[in-house]
Design a protein around this ligand. Structure first.
Ligand code: ADP
Ligand code: MG
Length: 392
């Protein structure tokens, strides 16, 4: 499912404000937006206190919001047929929150947990981040909402604090055991840059990353295979990593280096060893990618993307046939590097592709999916874009 109109260039904040006024009978106090993200490299390293390198994309969730004098919360999305949902801000409850409203209500709840007084409000959401494609449509909503509430409540939270509050919302209200990568990209990203994030101390370095000046384009291939983080696969990978760290006597797998792997193989069972090897080598690939982007530019990182995919497919075992086909077909038709991105078990792949080969890759992937009898993929380009901001 992809929100329509996907990627429409003419979504204007003024139109959203006008729609808000039609729905709620008054003008919004403001319009905020926050982007989805693509992870360039560094998968399942975040909860191992390691490194990730996501970038904010040119697909955003926008919220028009106005504060109410009472405790009523009214929520409406332009996508789907959800209808208006009401809640009481003094009685937010994860068990009774339904569907997409878990995300805004979870953010309000997480702010309350920090002692911030959250008022009743009316909120209209409009997003063109594809849902469930691994581009973090859920965090785009949360980050847009927290940006709005940070201003409207006068809370004055720093981006790092907003990251932790949205993580609390996802973990303890939505019930998804996610790390801090997605929010960090959405809240701290910048145009033309990837966000090099150290998940141990939340330090961020913005790394110049622009495909087009290098004659490249970043294709996202949404396989339409739906994933769910609440899924056993994600939880069991986390459990394997925790077990690996415990047996190896480290605080987190971040503290293991590839030079330690030979010894680790004698201490761990075969499956746990491969899970650990993925995390350890993936962390090193992130560091190498950051270095190569600085010295040689995006044209030099293809082999690292390929190695990341092989590691996720063979060692971490979180790929699926559709993702493998998207990656292999892209590479066979001119992409210089490709990998699945996001939590795995479905979602999207990325393919860094020379501009001249873009159409060939697109056509080849579509053909390969049709021949395999898979659902038609959705293929689009993304560029590293600005992080969360107020629009009006
Ligand atoms: P991802 O974050 O990878 O896109 P999730 O399952 O975490 O996948 O989040 C997808 C959920 O976010 C959807 O099921 C829906 O509840 C919500 N969502 C995303 N975009 C919208 C939207 N425009 N309107 C309503 N709900 C949305
Ligand atoms: Mg999500």
């Amino acid at each position: 499912m992809t929100p329509a109109p996907a990627g429409a260039p003419d979504r204007s904040p003024a139109d959203l404000a006008a729609r808000f006024e039609r729905e709620f009978g008054k003008a919004p106090d403001g319009v905020w937006q926050a982007p989805g993200r693509v992870n360039l490299i560094g998968e399942h390293t975040d909860y191992n206190e390691g490194f990730v390198l996501p970038f904010a994309i040119d697909r955003t969730a926008r919220v028009a919001v106005s504060v109410r004098p009472d405790s009523v919360v009214r929520l409406l999305s332009t996508y789907g047929d959800h209808g208006m949902v009401s809640a009481d801000v003094t009685a937010l409850d994860a068990a009774s929150a339904k569907g997409w409203t878990k995300y805004p209500l979870g953010v309000m709840w997480a702010l309350q947990q920090r002692g911030i007084a959250v008022p009743g409000l009316d909120l209209l959401l409009d997003s063109n981040v594809p849902l469930g494609a691994g581009l973090s449509s859920s965090h785009a909503i949360e980050c847009a909402v927290i940006s709005a509430l940070n201003e409207l409540t006068g809370a004055g939270l720093e981006p790092e604090e907003m990251v932790l509050a949205t993580q609390r919302a996802e973990n303890d209200f939505v019930g998804a055991p996610t790390g801090i990568m997605d929010q960090s990209a959405s809240l701290r990203g910048a145009k033309g840059h990837a966000v090099f994030l150290d998940c141990r101390d939340q330090s961020v370095e913005l790394v110049p990353f622009e495909a087009e000046p290098a004659g490249l384009v970043m294709l996202v291939i949404d396989t339409k295979v739906s994933h769910s983080h609440a899924d056993g696969g994600y939880a069991s990978r986390r459990a394997s990593c925790e077990l690996g760290a415990e047996v190896l006597g480290v605080k987190a797998l971040r503290d293991v280096k590839s030079g330690d792997l030979a010894e680790a193989s004698g201490l761990l069972d075969e499956v746990t060893y491969r899970r650990v090897r993925h995390v350890v080598t993936e962390n090193e690939r992130v560091l190498q990618t950051v270095q190569l982007l600085a010295t040689e530019g995006p044209g030099a990182i293809g082999a690292l993307l390929d190695a990341s995919h092989a590691s996720m497919r063979d060692d971490f075992e979180i790929s699926c046939p559709e993702l493998d086909l998207a990656v292999a077909t892209s590479r066979a038709n001119g992409a210089i590097g490709a990998r699945m991105t996001g939590g795995g078990f479905g979602g999207a792949a990325i393919a860094l592709t020379p501009l001249a080969e873009e159409q060939k890759v697109r056509a080849a992937v579509e053909r390969a999916f049709a021949e395999a009898g898979y659902k038609a993929p959705e293929i689009f380009t993304v560029t590293p874009a600005a992080g969360a901001m107020r629009l009006q």
